[in-house]
Design a protein around this ligand. Structure first.
Ligand code: ADP
Length: 358
């Protein structure tokens, strides 16, 4: 298997910088997700690795093998990169059977008949589609077509698998099952994988690490837990899960904490603060991390409940303390007008006001 290394990768289309100085080292066997809103440069990055578009500068390597070194003349063409690729649209050939769809990349690689049949059998077995070898794509469900597309990407045993929103055409239930299944298969094959999605829940569920992108730049690279629990900036805090941003003024920043006077006059201590920042800031805290308490103390706020929403597994409450409006989530149904809440220091962070997502 193989590491994939992107160094200072920049991709420009005229005046638009679609990918801006991307640096990622994907370890052998790792499942790394590029996550971000539409237009942030995920597919452009993935296509550059596949060789389907031209990077402007930087390098792309698989292990020691250089695929792109900043000079278009040295670019390894896509068919020589030995990379499996699955698109959102599956892109199966409609007039070929499942087995013929899988045979095609092997014929291109001049693999003989007997070995071809063997590999097709193996790949269809992996995705549990062997009984459908003689069907045409239109005779299959969306989920089955997606499995065939995956088998076709795996049939020549590439060391690197690139998946561009491969589940987004499936309905919600099937999609959840498919992502578990996909992750299990990827682990079994230990194929180095880059997965592109704009769906943060999907990214959290399947990835070893996530690279969060916005406007061509990587904002944070980390495990799902690191990204969720310690977002690097307010964009990440808001894009992954959801966060409240409580406006206030920075009083003090220490190495492991920051103190902020909130707009309602209360003081809170949070786990971290922006080095060198002063003045207007926001305290980011997730609705489900805010605790109910019956004891006044550090980091507590008395809030009035303005709206109640039942979300199934939890209740969400829109609450207010003076000028601060935010949300809390808890499994309990709260009938009172006012409650006392605590903002846990370990689950809150301070970001500069101007970069705030809210
Ligand atoms: P994502 O996959 O995150 O939705 P893309 O990588 O498709 O985003 O696009 C990133 C940016 O690059 C967008 O601003 C998009 O409009 C631009 N872009 C992508 N492909 C081209 C192209 N072929 N020509 C011009 N601009 C492009």
């Amino acid at each position: 298997m193989a590491d994939l290394i992107l160094e200072n990768l920049t991709i420009k289309y005229g005046a638009v910088t679609a990918v801006d100085n991307l640096n990622i080292h994907v370890a052998s066997g790792e499942f790394l997700t590029l996550l971000g809103p539409s237009g942030c440069g995920k597919s452009t990055s993935l296509f550059a690795v596949a060789g389907l578009n031209h990077a402007t500068s930087g390098t792309i390597r698989i292990g020691d093998r250089v695929l792109f070194d900043g000079d278009a003349a040295h670019t390894v063409p896509p068919e020589k990169r030995n990379i499996g690729l699955v698109f959102q649209s599956y892109a199966l050939w409609p007039h070929k059977t499942v087995a013929e769809n899988l045979a095609f990349p092997l014929i291109l690689r001049k693999i003989g008949r007997a070995e071809r049949d063997e590999r097709i059998k193996d790949a269809l077995g992996l995705v549990e589609m062997l009984p459908y070898a003689d069907r045409y794509p239109f005779e299959l469900s969306g989920g089955q077509q997606q499995r065939v597309a995956l088998a076709r990407a795996l049939v020549y045993r590439p060391p690197l698998l690139l998946l561009d929103e491969p589940l987004s055409n499936l309905d919600a239930k099937l999609r959840e099952r498919a992502r578990v299944w996909l992750r299990e298969l990827q682990e079994r094959l230990s194929v180095t994988t880059i997965y592109v999605t704009h769906d943060q829940a999907e990214a959290l569920a399947v990835s070893d690490r996530i690279a969060v992108m916005s406007m061509g730049r990587m904002r944070q690279l980390g495990t799902p837990r690191e990204i969720y629990d310690h977002p690097a900036d307010s964009f990440v805090a808001d894009f992954i899960g959801s966060s409240n941003f409580l406006h206030g003024t920075l009083i003090e920043v220490g190495t492991d904490h920051a103190r902020v006077r909130l707009a309602d006059g209360r003081e809170v201590t949070t786990q971290s603060g922006p080095a060198g920042a002063d003045g207007a800031v926001v305290v980011a805290v997730r609705p489900e991390k805010i605790e109910l308490t019956d004891q006044e103390g550090p980091n507590t706020l008395r809030v009035s409940i303005e709206q109640r929403t039942y979300l199934g597994s939890v209740w969400q409450y829109a609450v207010r303390s003076g000028p601060l409006a935010f949300r809390i989530q808890t499994p309990s149904e709260l009938l009172q007008k006012e409650v006392l809440v605590r903002i846990p220091q370990e689950h809150s962070a301070v970001f500069p006001e101007q970069a705030s997502a809210s």
